[in-house]
Ligand binder design. Structure first.
Ligand code: PLP
Length: 451
């Protein structure tokens, strides 16, 4: 990256014309946003010339790093060849066809793919597909069961399947037909049980909910393979196989939301491959284009597709940019690079290295209560007291302060709530960069006494 620092006029323009989400308006008016201007590899630079090692994969999207020439060239070539085409109602384009076939090769059990624009679109489509599927079978199964500690998007229907504790109440009323059950979260079990003696009661809660609601009304269950933005929480190993069996027993479709976890983030191409289960429907976004263009996909089993089409009725669902040829060309290139550079395996080995260092930090710091590791998704839960798992005073906003300190030292990693740090480096991170990141992560957490 060049060393030229921009003396930025953009802050004032942004404050005058932007609408910044998820920030306290007063604080934004006083401080503005960090304006990013350039990226290369895992480094990104802001408009003041400050450079960061991005250990958050740019919002959990990046798989091949910033500024990848091959990906940019693929987009350019496709733009010059065919920049847009309709991809529904009997029209298709070649990158879309190639991408669906490629995904079918790397996605065990799922053969068909619809392409969308964002994670929320993809999740919402799975709800529509599930309802449509059952209605083609003459069944009025429409309810969606979800988990209470989850994030599935920002449209009204996807918010209806999110953690009810999120600050969404000003958007109410939400969509009807959504039912919440407890999330597998062994460190703070919502059912007050301990693994493994619990018998995976959180999975049993699904069966209870199906029976209470009536299996003849329940269309689908949705969950993230690993809880993502709500804390990087992998489930106990028995959880998904049990959920799969319960869904099959009660004729409920199982939707796996892989918006964060897909494209190698957990050390397998898809998170569900850790548990030898096959979802009926699956979402993907973020890594699908490595963040180069907005894009998402829904994967569908052949069985569900047969059910959707058995009455020969058109599936009335489209977006203008469904199967956009440039987005599909980008995604094909990302997968090609992942395969050539063994990035899924790299995520597993790099993740194991990071995990070991974080576990050592857990022994060293009185404030690291839990370290959760699956591939490159690494959650660090901070506590005021390890023995009692007492949380920090929320007023101290410890997580935000820790990430601010790391940021000042040039490392980007985020926090959720007041106390969970989320680390998710890109698999292209070199060992040297990884050590620099981990040194700063460790340093930032060791400063907690001074916050
Ligand atoms: N599903 C999961 C698991 C997510 O983490 C997100 C976003 O972070 C979404 C869906 C929604 O994706 P988007 O923000 O692209 O609409």
């Amino acid at each position: 990256m060049s060393k030229v620092s921009l003396d930025s006029p953009y802050m004032d323009l942004d404050l005058a014309h932007g609408v910044e989400a998820v920030v306290v308006p007063d604080q934004w008016a006083a401080a503005g946003s960090t304006i990013y201007v350039e990226g290369s590899g895992i480094k990104v630079r802001d408009s003041n010339g400050k450079e960061y090692l991005d250990a958050s994969s740019c919002g959990l999207c990046s798989v091949v790093g910033y500024g990848n020439r091959e990906v940019a060239d693929a987009a350019w070539e496709q733009m010059m060849k065919l920049n847009n085409s309709r991809s529904f109602g009997g029209a298709a384009n070649i990158p879309k066809i190639k991408l669906a076939s490629k995904l079918a090769q790397v996605t065990p059990g799922l053969q068909r793919f619809i392409f969308e624009n964002s994670g929320s679109d993809a999740v919402e489509s799975t709800f529509k597909i599930a309802r449509f599927y059952w209605r083609q079978k003459g069944l009025d199964k429409y309810k969606i069961i979800h988990r209470d500690r989850s994030y599935h998007g920002s449209t009204l229907a996807t918010m209806s399947a999110c953690n009810p504790g999120l600050d969404n109440s000003d958007f109410a009323p939400f969509a009807p037909g959504f039912v919440s059950i407890p999330t597998p979260y062994c460190y703070r079990c919502p059912l007050d049980k301990s693994y493994p003696g619990c018998g995976i009661a959180c999975a049993q809660a699904l069966e209870q909910a199906i029976e209470t609601e009536g299996a003849d009304t329940v269309a689908a269950f949705i969950g993230e393979g690993v809880v993502g933005s709500e804390g990087f929480i992998p489930p106990p190993p028995e959880y998904w196989p049990k959920v799969r069996a319960i869904c099959t027993k009660h004729n409920v479709l199982m939707i796996m939301d892989e918006v964060i976890t897909g494209f190698g983030k957990t050390g397998k191409f898809w998170a569900y491959q850790h548990w030898n289960v096959i979802p009926d429907l699956m979402t993907s976004s973020k890594g699908i284009s490595s963040g180069y263009v907005p894009m998402s996909a829904v994967g569908i089993t052949e069985g569900v597709y047969k059910g959707m089409t058995e009455k020969n009725k058109p599936f009335p669902h489209l977006h203008t940019f469904t199967g956009h040829p440039v987005a599909c060309a980008v995604s094909l290139k990302v997968i090609e690079i992942m395969e050539r550079e063994n990035l899924v395996e790299r995520a597993a080995t790099l993740g194991a290295y990071v995990g070991d260092r974080l576990l050592a930090l857990k022994d060293k710091s009185p404030y690291v209560g839990d370290v959760r590791v699956l591939g490159l998704m690494q959650g660090i839960e901070l506590v005021a007291d390890k023995g009692s798992k007492k949380r920090f005073d929320p007023e101290k906003r410890v997580g935000i302060q820790v990430s601010r300190l790391a940021r000042e030292k040039g490392v980007l990693y985020g926090s959720v709530g007041d106390d969970i740090m989320l680390l998710c480096p890109t698999p292209t991170t070199t060992m040297d960069e990884m050590d620099q990141i981990l040194d700063v992560v460790e340093w930032s957490i060791m400063q907690i006494d001074r916050i």
